[in-house]
Design a protein around this ligand. Structure first.
Ligand code: AMP
Length: 512
Protein backbone atom coordinates (compact mmCIF):
# COMPACT_ATOMS: atom_id res chain seq x y z
CA UNK A 1 0.00 0.00 0.00
CA UNK A 2 1.45 3.36 -0.97
CA UNK A 3 2.49 5.58 1.89
CA UNK A 4 0.75 8.50 0.21
CA UNK A 5 -2.60 6.78 0.48
CA UNK A 6 -4.53 8.74 3.04
CA UNK A 7 -5.46 7.57 6.49
CA UNK A 8 -8.70 9.15 7.59
CA UNK A 9 -10.01 9.56 11.13
CA UNK A 10 -13.39 8.03 11.91
CA UNK A 11 -15.52 8.66 14.97
CA UNK A 12 -17.82 5.62 14.90
CA UNK A 13 -20.44 6.93 17.31
CA UNK A 14 -23.43 5.24 18.89
CA UNK A 15 -25.86 7.73 17.39
CA UNK A 16 -23.80 9.62 14.83
CA UNK A 17 -20.55 9.02 13.03
CA UNK A 18 -18.17 11.54 11.59
CA UNK A 19 -14.98 11.45 9.52
CA UNK A 20 -12.11 13.89 9.05
CA UNK A 21 -8.77 14.15 7.32
CA UNK A 22 -5.73 16.36 7.56
CA UNK A 23 -5.35 18.42 4.42
CA UNK A 24 -1.79 19.66 4.55
CA UNK A 25 0.00 21.73 7.16
CA UNK A 26 0.08 25.48 7.60
CA UNK A 27 2.95 26.99 9.60
CA UNK A 28 3.62 23.51 10.90
CA UNK A 29 0.04 23.08 12.12
CA UNK A 30 -2.00 20.32 10.47
CA UNK A 31 -5.19 21.56 8.87
CA UNK A 32 -8.12 19.27 9.57
CA UNK A 33 -11.11 19.03 7.26
CA UNK A 34 -14.31 17.37 8.30
CA UNK A 35 -15.72 15.27 5.52
CA UNK A 36 -19.16 16.56 4.56
CA UNK A 37 -22.03 14.28 3.90
CA UNK A 38 -24.87 14.98 1.48
CA UNK A 39 -26.47 18.32 2.29
CA UNK A 40 -23.37 19.58 4.08
CA UNK A 41 -23.83 17.81 7.40
CA UNK A 42 -20.69 16.50 8.99
CA UNK A 43 -22.30 13.64 10.82
CA UNK A 44 -23.99 10.52 9.51
CA UNK A 45 -26.55 8.78 11.74
CA UNK A 46 -25.17 5.37 12.80
CA UNK A 47 -28.35 3.67 11.68
CA UNK A 48 -28.81 0.71 9.40
CA UNK A 49 -32.09 -0.53 7.92
CA UNK A 50 -33.57 -2.78 5.29
CA UNK A 51 -36.73 -1.54 3.59
CA UNK A 52 -39.63 -3.71 2.38
CA UNK A 53 -38.03 -4.05 -1.05
CA UNK A 54 -34.92 -5.51 0.53
CA UNK A 55 -32.75 -2.41 -0.02
CA UNK A 56 -30.09 -1.69 2.56
CA UNK A 57 -30.22 1.85 3.91
CA UNK A 58 -27.57 3.57 6.00
CA UNK A 59 -27.41 6.97 7.67
CA UNK A 60 -30.10 9.55 6.89
CA UNK A 61 -31.92 7.21 4.51
CA UNK A 62 -32.27 4.72 7.35
CA UNK A 63 -33.25 7.37 9.87
CA UNK A 64 -35.94 8.82 7.61
CA UNK A 65 -37.92 5.58 7.42
CA UNK A 66 -37.30 4.62 11.05
CA UNK A 67 -40.80 5.49 12.27
CA UNK A 68 -42.53 3.40 9.64
CA UNK A 69 -40.17 0.46 9.79
CA UNK A 70 -38.89 0.26 13.36
CA UNK A 71 -38.47 -3.53 13.39
CA UNK A 72 -35.98 -3.44 10.54
CA UNK A 73 -34.05 -0.38 11.65
CA UNK A 74 -30.95 -0.96 13.75
CA UNK A 75 -29.67 1.85 15.95
CA UNK A 76 -27.46 1.95 19.02
CA UNK A 77 -25.80 -1.27 17.85
CA UNK A 78 -22.44 -0.06 19.09
CA UNK A 79 -23.51 -0.75 22.62
CA UNK A 80 -23.89 -4.43 21.78
CA UNK A 81 -20.65 -4.85 19.87
CA UNK A 82 -18.34 -7.47 21.39
CA UNK A 83 -20.89 -8.68 23.92
CA UNK A 84 -22.09 -12.18 24.51
CA UNK A 85 -25.78 -12.83 24.15
CA UNK A 86 -26.20 -13.59 27.81
CA UNK A 87 -24.66 -10.37 29.11
CA UNK A 88 -26.88 -8.08 31.17
CA UNK A 89 -26.41 -5.30 28.66
CA UNK A 90 -27.84 -7.35 25.81
CA UNK A 91 -30.78 -8.23 28.05
CA UNK A 92 -31.42 -4.56 28.84
CA UNK A 93 -31.10 -3.53 25.20
CA UNK A 94 -33.56 -6.19 24.09
CA UNK A 95 -36.21 -4.55 26.24
CA UNK A 96 -35.81 -1.08 24.77
CA UNK A 97 -35.17 -1.63 21.07
CA UNK A 98 -37.79 -2.48 18.47
CA UNK A 99 -35.58 -4.72 16.36
CA UNK A 100 -35.16 -8.39 17.08
CA UNK A 101 -32.07 -9.31 19.09
CA UNK A 102 -31.57 -13.06 19.39
CA UNK A 103 -28.80 -15.52 20.18
CA UNK A 104 -26.74 -17.26 17.50
CA UNK A 105 -27.10 -21.01 17.12
CA UNK A 106 -24.40 -21.73 19.68
CA UNK A 107 -26.23 -19.37 22.01
CA UNK A 108 -23.23 -17.09 22.42
CA UNK A 109 -23.14 -14.31 19.86
CA UNK A 110 -25.81 -11.71 19.26
CA UNK A 111 -27.73 -11.90 16.00
CA UNK A 112 -29.96 -9.13 14.65
CA UNK A 113 -32.81 -9.93 12.31
CA UNK A 114 -33.33 -7.18 9.74
CA UNK A 115 -35.58 -7.65 6.75
CA UNK A 116 -34.82 -11.12 5.49
CA UNK A 117 -31.23 -10.98 6.74
CA UNK A 118 -29.61 -12.11 9.95
CA UNK A 119 -26.60 -10.01 10.77
CA UNK A 120 -23.91 -10.02 13.41
CA UNK A 121 -22.95 -6.79 15.13
CA UNK A 122 -19.70 -6.73 13.23
CA UNK A 123 -21.73 -6.88 10.02
CA UNK A 124 -23.74 -3.83 11.08
CA UNK A 125 -20.65 -1.87 12.20
CA UNK A 126 -18.94 -2.88 8.95
CA UNK A 127 -21.80 -1.45 6.90
CA UNK A 128 -21.72 1.83 8.77
CA UNK A 129 -17.95 2.05 8.44
CA UNK A 130 -18.30 1.27 4.75
CA UNK A 131 -20.77 4.09 4.30
CA UNK A 132 -18.40 6.55 5.96
CA UNK A 133 -15.56 5.27 3.83
CA UNK A 134 -17.66 5.69 0.66
CA UNK A 135 -18.63 9.24 1.60
CA UNK A 136 -14.96 10.02 2.24
CA UNK A 137 -13.76 8.36 -0.98
CA UNK A 138 -16.34 10.27 -3.04
CA UNK A 139 -15.52 13.55 -1.39
CA UNK A 140 -11.75 13.15 -1.62
CA UNK A 141 -11.94 11.45 -5.04
CA UNK A 142 -9.41 8.83 -3.97
CA UNK A 143 -9.94 5.36 -2.59
CA UNK A 144 -9.85 5.24 1.19
CA UNK A 145 -8.57 1.98 2.62
CA UNK A 146 -7.04 2.99 5.92
CA UNK A 147 -8.45 4.66 8.99
CA UNK A 148 -7.84 5.47 12.62
CA UNK A 149 -11.10 4.60 14.39
CA UNK A 150 -12.08 5.83 17.82
CA UNK A 151 -13.82 3.79 20.49
CA UNK A 152 -15.09 4.66 23.96
CA UNK A 153 -12.23 4.55 26.47
CA UNK A 154 -14.34 2.13 28.46
CA UNK A 155 -14.45 -0.46 25.65
CA UNK A 156 -13.00 -3.83 26.63
CA UNK A 157 -10.43 -5.79 24.67
CA UNK A 158 -13.17 -7.77 22.94
CA UNK A 159 -15.12 -4.72 21.89
CA UNK A 160 -11.96 -3.18 20.41
CA UNK A 161 -11.20 -6.39 18.59
CA UNK A 162 -14.74 -6.36 17.16
CA UNK A 163 -14.24 -2.94 15.63
CA UNK A 164 -11.02 -4.11 13.99
CA UNK A 165 -12.84 -7.18 12.69
CA UNK A 166 -15.63 -5.02 11.28
CA UNK A 167 -12.95 -3.14 9.30
CA UNK A 168 -11.56 -6.42 7.95
CA UNK A 169 -14.98 -7.41 6.61
CA UNK A 170 -14.90 -4.45 4.23
CA UNK A 171 -11.14 -4.35 3.57
CA UNK A 172 -10.72 -1.22 5.58
CA UNK A 173 -7.49 -1.40 7.50
CA UNK A 174 -8.07 -0.04 10.97
CA UNK A 175 -4.54 1.20 11.37
CA UNK A 176 -5.06 2.18 14.97
CA UNK A 177 -7.83 2.26 17.50
CA UNK A 178 -7.68 5.21 19.87
CA UNK A 179 -9.92 6.24 22.73
CA UNK A 180 -12.55 8.91 22.14
CA UNK A 181 -11.55 11.22 25.04
CA UNK A 182 -7.90 10.92 24.03
CA UNK A 183 -8.85 11.94 20.49
CA UNK A 184 -10.77 14.92 21.86
CA UNK A 185 -7.67 15.97 23.82
CA UNK A 186 -5.65 15.82 20.59
CA UNK A 187 -8.20 18.06 18.88
CA UNK A 188 -7.73 20.52 21.71
CA UNK A 189 -4.00 20.36 22.17
CA UNK A 190 -2.22 19.66 18.88
CA UNK A 191 -0.21 22.61 17.63
CA UNK A 192 -0.79 24.67 20.79
CA UNK A 193 2.35 24.01 22.83
CA UNK A 194 0.36 23.39 26.01
CA UNK A 195 1.30 22.31 29.47
CA UNK A 196 -2.03 21.47 31.03
CA UNK A 197 -4.03 18.83 32.79
CA UNK A 198 -7.50 18.46 31.35
CA UNK A 199 -10.46 16.28 32.08
CA UNK A 200 -12.55 15.14 29.14
CA UNK A 201 -16.19 14.55 30.03
CA UNK A 202 -17.70 12.74 27.05
CA UNK A 203 -21.42 12.06 27.24
CA UNK A 204 -22.59 10.95 23.83
CA UNK A 205 -25.60 9.12 22.52
CA UNK A 206 -24.89 5.80 24.11
CA UNK A 207 -21.78 5.88 26.22
CA UNK A 208 -20.12 7.93 28.89
CA UNK A 209 -16.35 8.29 29.13
CA UNK A 210 -14.12 10.41 31.24
CA UNK A 211 -10.36 10.74 31.13
CA UNK A 212 -7.82 12.83 32.96
CA UNK A 213 -5.13 13.74 30.46
CA UNK A 214 -1.88 15.58 30.91
CA UNK A 215 -0.84 17.50 27.81
CA UNK A 216 2.82 18.40 27.57
CA UNK A 217 3.42 19.87 24.14
CA UNK A 218 3.00 16.88 21.79
CA UNK A 219 2.82 14.29 24.56
CA UNK A 220 -0.69 13.27 25.61
CA UNK A 221 -0.60 11.14 28.71
CA UNK A 222 -3.80 9.66 30.05
CA UNK A 223 -3.59 9.46 33.84
CA UNK A 224 -6.83 7.61 34.45
CA UNK A 225 -10.02 6.78 32.71
CA UNK A 226 -13.47 5.47 33.50
CA UNK A 227 -16.93 5.34 32.12
CA UNK A 228 -20.09 3.47 31.58
CA UNK A 229 -20.87 1.80 28.31
CA UNK A 230 -24.53 2.01 29.13
CA UNK A 231 -25.02 5.64 29.90
CA UNK A 232 -25.75 8.23 27.25
CA UNK A 233 -28.35 10.35 25.51
CA UNK A 234 -30.46 7.27 24.72
CA UNK A 235 -30.94 6.75 28.46
CA UNK A 236 -32.11 10.34 28.87
CA UNK A 237 -34.63 9.70 26.09
CA UNK A 238 -35.69 6.45 27.74
CA UNK A 239 -36.29 8.19 31.07
CA UNK A 240 -38.67 10.56 29.27
CA UNK A 241 -40.36 7.75 27.35
CA UNK A 242 -40.91 5.83 30.54
CA UNK A 243 -42.64 8.85 32.05
CA UNK A 244 -44.78 9.43 28.97
CA UNK A 245 -45.94 5.81 28.87
CA UNK A 246 -46.78 5.90 32.57
CA UNK A 247 -48.83 9.08 32.23
CA UNK A 248 -50.64 7.78 29.19
CA UNK A 249 -51.44 4.51 30.94
CA UNK A 250 -52.72 6.35 34.00
CA UNK A 251 -55.00 8.44 31.82
CA UNK A 252 -56.28 5.85 29.35
CA UNK A 253 -55.41 2.42 30.76
CA UNK A 254 -53.58 1.68 27.49
CA UNK A 255 -50.01 0.41 27.43
CA UNK A 256 -48.29 1.68 24.30
CA UNK A 257 -45.04 -0.17 24.86
CA UNK A 258 -46.08 -3.13 22.69
CA UNK A 259 -46.92 -0.92 19.70
CA UNK A 260 -43.68 -0.42 17.72
CA UNK A 261 -44.93 2.42 15.52
CA UNK A 262 -46.35 4.36 18.49
CA UNK A 263 -43.11 3.76 20.39
CA UNK A 264 -41.07 5.05 17.50
CA UNK A 265 -43.12 8.24 17.29
CA UNK A 266 -42.75 8.77 21.04
CA UNK A 267 -39.03 8.10 20.90
CA UNK A 268 -38.54 10.58 18.08
CA UNK A 269 -40.45 13.38 19.74
CA UNK A 270 -38.89 12.63 23.13
CA UNK A 271 -35.41 13.19 21.75
CA UNK A 272 -36.44 16.37 19.95
CA UNK A 273 -38.16 17.70 23.05
CA UNK A 274 -35.11 16.86 25.18
CA UNK A 275 -32.91 18.83 22.78
CA UNK A 276 -35.40 21.75 22.77
CA UNK A 277 -35.33 21.86 26.53
CA UNK A 278 -31.61 22.64 26.45
CA UNK A 279 -32.50 26.06 25.06
CA UNK A 280 -35.97 26.67 26.52
CA UNK A 281 -37.73 26.08 29.82
CA UNK A 282 -40.83 24.41 28.52
CA UNK A 283 -42.01 22.49 25.48
CA UNK A 284 -45.27 20.87 24.38
CA UNK A 285 -45.36 17.14 23.78
CA UNK A 286 -48.23 16.35 21.43
CA UNK A 287 -48.69 13.33 19.20
CA UNK A 288 -52.04 13.05 17.42
CA UNK A 289 -53.72 9.68 16.82
CA UNK A 290 -51.19 7.65 18.73
CA UNK A 291 -53.64 4.77 19.13
CA UNK A 292 -57.36 3.95 19.34
CA UNK A 293 -59.70 2.92 22.09
CA UNK A 294 -61.44 -0.47 21.90
CA UNK A 295 -64.40 1.46 20.48
CA UNK A 296 -62.30 2.83 17.66
CA UNK A 297 -61.95 6.36 19.09
CA UNK A 298 -58.58 7.94 18.18
CA UNK A 299 -56.41 8.99 21.12
CA UNK A 300 -53.74 11.68 21.25
CA UNK A 301 -50.83 12.34 23.56
CA UNK A 302 -51.12 15.89 24.89
CA UNK A 303 -48.56 16.82 27.47
CA UNK A 304 -46.10 19.53 28.41
CA UNK A 305 -42.54 19.03 29.50
CA UNK A 306 -40.58 21.49 31.55
CA UNK A 307 -36.82 21.55 31.85
CA UNK A 308 -37.30 20.96 35.59
CA UNK A 309 -39.27 17.78 34.97
CA UNK A 310 -36.64 16.52 32.54
CA UNK A 311 -33.98 17.23 35.14
CA UNK A 312 -35.90 15.31 37.79
CA UNK A 313 -36.39 12.33 35.50
CA UNK A 314 -32.71 12.19 34.61
CA UNK A 315 -31.16 13.24 37.92
CA UNK A 316 -29.94 9.74 38.63
CA UNK A 317 -28.14 9.59 35.25
CA UNK A 318 -26.27 12.85 35.82
CA UNK A 319 -25.40 11.70 39.35
CA UNK A 320 -23.92 8.52 37.95
CA UNK A 321 -21.63 10.47 35.62
CA UNK A 322 -20.39 12.60 38.51
CA UNK A 323 -19.66 9.57 40.66
CA UNK A 324 -17.51 8.23 37.83
CA UNK A 325 -15.77 11.62 37.48
CA UNK A 326 -14.97 11.53 41.21
CA UNK A 327 -13.55 8.04 40.97
CA UNK A 328 -11.44 8.82 37.91
CA UNK A 329 -10.06 11.86 39.67
CA UNK A 330 -9.10 9.79 42.72
CA UNK A 331 -7.49 7.21 40.41
CA UNK A 332 -5.41 9.95 38.78
CA UNK A 333 -4.09 11.04 42.18
CA UNK A 334 -5.22 14.60 41.46
CA UNK A 335 -7.84 16.90 42.95
CA UNK A 336 -10.28 19.26 41.29
CA UNK A 337 -7.91 22.22 41.66
CA UNK A 338 -5.21 20.41 39.65
CA UNK A 339 -7.51 20.32 36.63
CA UNK A 340 -6.84 23.27 34.32
CA UNK A 341 -9.73 22.69 31.94
CA UNK A 342 -12.90 20.65 31.88
CA UNK A 343 -13.70 19.80 28.26
CA UNK A 344 -17.14 18.74 27.11
CA UNK A 345 -17.58 16.23 24.33
CA UNK A 346 -20.76 14.52 23.07
CA UNK A 347 -24.16 15.98 22.25
CA UNK A 348 -25.72 15.25 25.63
CA UNK A 349 -23.30 17.67 27.36
CA UNK A 350 -25.39 20.50 25.89
CA UNK A 351 -27.98 19.85 28.59
CA UNK A 352 -27.64 22.84 30.94
CA UNK A 353 -27.85 20.82 34.16
CA UNK A 354 -24.85 18.74 33.08
CA UNK A 355 -22.82 21.93 32.71
CA UNK A 356 -24.14 23.37 35.99
CA UNK A 357 -23.28 20.28 37.95
CA UNK A 358 -19.77 20.18 36.48
CA UNK A 359 -19.30 23.87 37.28
CA UNK A 360 -20.22 23.16 40.91
CA UNK A 361 -18.00 20.09 41.05
CA UNK A 362 -14.88 21.75 39.65
CA UNK A 363 -15.51 25.28 40.89
CA UNK A 364 -15.24 26.65 37.34
CA UNK A 365 -17.28 26.43 34.18
CA UNK A 366 -16.33 23.89 31.51
CA UNK A 367 -14.16 25.18 28.70
CA UNK A 368 -15.54 25.71 25.22
CA UNK A 369 -12.21 24.65 23.72
CA UNK A 370 -13.51 21.84 21.53
CA UNK A 371 -16.58 21.28 19.41
CA UNK A 372 -18.62 18.63 21.22
CA UNK A 373 -19.68 16.79 18.05
CA UNK A 374 -16.54 17.11 15.99
CA UNK A 375 -13.59 16.93 18.39
CA UNK A 376 -13.32 13.14 18.33
CA UNK A 377 -13.17 12.86 14.53
CA UNK A 378 -10.72 15.78 14.38
CA UNK A 379 -8.48 14.08 16.95
CA UNK A 380 -8.65 10.81 15.03
CA UNK A 381 -7.64 12.63 11.83
CA UNK A 382 -4.72 14.31 13.59
CA UNK A 383 -3.51 11.01 14.91
CA UNK A 384 -3.99 9.42 11.49
CA UNK A 385 -1.89 12.21 10.00
CA UNK A 386 0.88 11.62 12.53
CA UNK A 387 1.09 7.99 11.35
CA UNK A 388 1.50 9.02 7.73
CA UNK A 389 5.08 8.73 6.42
CA UNK A 390 5.18 12.24 5.00
CA UNK A 391 3.94 13.92 8.19
CA UNK A 392 5.88 16.38 10.32
CA UNK A 393 3.55 15.83 13.23
CA UNK A 394 5.10 13.67 15.90
CA UNK A 395 2.65 12.76 18.62
CA UNK A 396 3.16 10.64 21.65
CA UNK A 397 0.05 9.04 23.08
CA UNK A 398 0.29 7.31 26.41
CA UNK A 399 -2.97 5.66 27.28
CA UNK A 400 -4.30 3.30 29.92
CA UNK A 401 -6.59 0.27 30.11
CA UNK A 402 -10.03 1.09 31.48
CA UNK A 403 -10.61 -2.13 33.42
CA UNK A 404 -8.30 -4.65 35.01
CA UNK A 405 -7.14 -7.74 33.08
CA UNK A 406 -6.37 -10.97 34.87
CA UNK A 407 -6.83 -14.71 35.07
CA UNK A 408 -9.09 -17.06 36.92
CA UNK A 409 -7.66 -18.51 40.09
CA UNK A 410 -8.93 -21.62 41.82
CA UNK A 411 -12.30 -20.84 43.36
CA UNK A 412 -13.28 -18.44 40.59
CA UNK A 413 -11.39 -15.47 41.95
CA UNK A 414 -9.72 -12.94 39.67
CA UNK A 415 -5.95 -12.74 39.81
CA UNK A 416 -5.28 -9.27 38.50
CA UNK A 417 -2.32 -9.01 36.12
CA UNK A 418 -2.92 -5.43 34.99
CA UNK A 419 -4.99 -3.27 37.33
CA UNK A 420 -7.27 -0.69 35.74
CA UNK A 421 -5.48 2.42 34.54
CA UNK A 422 -2.27 0.50 33.83
CA UNK A 423 -0.28 2.34 31.20
CA UNK A 424 -0.25 0.81 27.71
CA UNK A 425 1.53 -0.57 25.78
CA UNK A 426 2.50 -2.92 28.57
CA UNK A 427 3.71 -6.49 28.99
CA UNK A 428 3.94 -8.66 32.07
CA UNK A 429 5.18 -12.15 32.66
CA UNK A 430 3.82 -14.79 34.97
CA UNK A 431 5.53 -18.01 35.85
CA UNK A 432 3.26 -21.06 35.97
CA UNK A 433 4.00 -24.72 36.41
CA UNK A 434 2.39 -28.07 35.69
CA UNK A 435 0.13 -29.61 38.28
CA UNK A 436 0.04 -33.18 36.91
CA UNK A 437 2.71 -35.63 35.73
CA UNK A 438 3.43 -35.40 31.99
CA UNK A 439 1.03 -32.52 31.55
CA UNK A 440 1.45 -31.16 28.04
CA UNK A 441 -1.10 -28.36 28.05
CA UNK A 442 -1.89 -25.44 30.28
CA UNK A 443 -5.28 -23.80 30.02
CA UNK A 444 -5.97 -20.32 31.31
CA UNK A 445 -9.14 -18.31 31.34
CA UNK A 446 -8.59 -14.59 31.02
CA UNK A 447 -11.04 -11.93 32.14
CA UNK A 448 -11.45 -8.18 32.03
CA UNK A 449 -13.23 -6.22 34.73
CA UNK A 450 -12.77 -4.87 38.22
CA UNK A 451 -14.81 -7.40 40.21
CA UNK A 452 -13.10 -9.88 42.51
CA UNK A 453 -15.09 -12.84 41.15
CA UNK A 454 -14.32 -13.68 37.52
CA UNK A 455 -17.96 -14.58 36.96
CA UNK A 456 -18.79 -10.87 37.29
CA UNK A 457 -16.18 -9.85 34.73
CA UNK A 458 -16.07 -10.35 30.99
CA UNK A 459 -14.26 -13.36 29.67
CA UNK A 460 -11.73 -12.41 27.01
CA UNK A 461 -10.87 -15.96 26.11
CA UNK A 462 -9.58 -19.32 27.10
CA UNK A 463 -5.93 -19.68 26.20
CA UNK A 464 -4.37 -23.09 25.70
CA UNK A 465 -0.59 -23.37 25.72
CA UNK A 466 0.37 -26.71 24.21
CA UNK A 467 3.61 -28.63 23.72
CA UNK A 468 4.90 -28.54 27.29
CA UNK A 469 7.84 -30.91 27.94
CA UNK A 470 6.71 -34.10 29.63
CA UNK A 471 7.97 -34.27 33.19
CA UNK A 472 6.77 -34.98 36.70
CA UNK A 473 4.28 -32.54 38.16
CA UNK A 474 5.74 -29.17 39.09
CA UNK A 475 9.04 -29.82 37.28
CA UNK A 476 8.43 -27.70 34.19
CA UNK A 477 7.90 -24.03 34.30
CA UNK A 478 5.90 -22.07 31.79
CA UNK A 479 6.50 -18.36 31.34
CA UNK A 480 3.35 -16.66 30.19
CA UNK A 481 3.44 -13.18 28.70
CA UNK A 482 0.44 -10.86 28.78
CA UNK A 483 0.94 -8.20 26.16
CA UNK A 484 -1.49 -5.30 25.89
CA UNK A 485 -0.75 -3.19 22.85
CA UNK A 486 -1.23 0.53 22.43
CA UNK A 487 -4.83 -0.09 21.36
CA UNK A 488 -5.73 -1.88 24.58
CA UNK A 489 -5.85 -5.28 22.86
CA UNK A 490 -4.37 -8.30 24.62
CA UNK A 491 -2.24 -11.02 23.08
CA UNK A 492 -0.70 -13.84 25.04
CA UNK A 493 2.13 -16.20 24.44
CA UNK A 494 4.12 -18.66 26.49
CA UNK A 495 7.53 -20.29 26.46
CA UNK A 496 9.51 -22.80 28.38
CA UNK A 497 12.12 -20.66 30.18
CA UNK A 498 14.52 -23.62 30.51
CA UNK A 499 14.69 -24.29 26.76
CA UNK A 500 13.49 -20.95 25.44
CA UNK A 501 11.02 -22.84 23.25
CA UNK A 502 7.77 -21.05 22.40
CA UNK A 503 4.60 -22.99 23.13
CA UNK A 504 1.72 -23.18 20.76
CA UNK A 505 -1.06 -20.83 21.80
CA UNK A 506 -4.67 -21.20 20.81
CA UNK A 507 -7.46 -18.93 21.91
CA UNK A 508 -11.05 -19.80 22.19
CA UNK A 509 -13.54 -17.19 23.23
CA UNK A 510 -15.92 -18.99 25.47
CA UNK A 511 -18.48 -16.56 26.63
CA UNK A 512 -20.06 -16.61 30.00
P1 AMP B 1 -23.24 12.15 20.08
O1 AMP B 1 -23.12 10.65 20.23
O2 AMP B 1 -22.12 12.88 20.64
O3 AMP B 1 -23.60 12.55 18.68
O4 AMP B 1 -24.46 12.59 21.01
C1 AMP B 1 -25.75 12.46 20.60
C2 AMP B 1 -26.64 12.60 21.80
O5 AMP B 1 -26.66 13.95 22.23
C3 AMP B 1 -28.07 12.22 21.46
O6 AMP B 1 -28.60 11.44 22.51
C4 AMP B 1 -28.75 13.57 21.37
O7 AMP B 1 -30.12 13.48 21.73
C5 AMP B 1 -28.00 14.39 22.39
N1 AMP B 1 -28.07 15.84 22.11
C6 AMP B 1 -27.73 16.48 20.98
N2 AMP B 1 -27.96 17.80 21.10
C7 AMP B 1 -28.45 17.99 22.35
C8 AMP B 1 -28.91 19.14 23.07
N3 AMP B 1 -28.89 20.35 22.54
N4 AMP B 1 -29.36 18.95 24.34
C9 AMP B 1 -29.39 17.71 24.90
N5 AMP B 1 -28.99 16.62 24.25
C10 AMP B 1 -28.52 16.73 23.00
Amino acid sequence: MGSKEPIIGIDLGTTNSCAAIVDGEKDGVPQVKLIPYKGGDYTVPSIFAIDDKGNELIGYEAKRQWQLNPKNTIYGAKRLVGRSFRSDIVETMRKVVQYNVRPSEDNKEVVLDVGKKSLSLQDVSARILNKIRDVASNHLRIPVNRAVVTVPAYFSDRQRQSVKDAGKLIDLEVVRIINEPTAAALAYGVGKDLNKTVIIYDLGGGTFDVSVIEIRKQVFEVKSTGGDIFLGGIDFDNAMIHHILKEFRAKTGIDLSADPVAMQRIKDLAERTKIDLSSREEAPFNIPFITMTAQGQPLNIEMRFTRKLLEQLTLELVDRTLKIVARVLVDSGLSTKDIDEVMLVGGQTRMPIVQDRLTKFFGKPPSKGVHPDEAVAIGAALYAHSLQDDSNLKLQLLDVIPMGIGLEKAGGEMHVVFPRNSAIPNAKQLLGTTSADNQTELIMRIFQGDHTAVADNEQLGEFTFAGIRQAPSGQVQVEITFDVNIEGILTMYARDPATGKELKTTVRVTQT
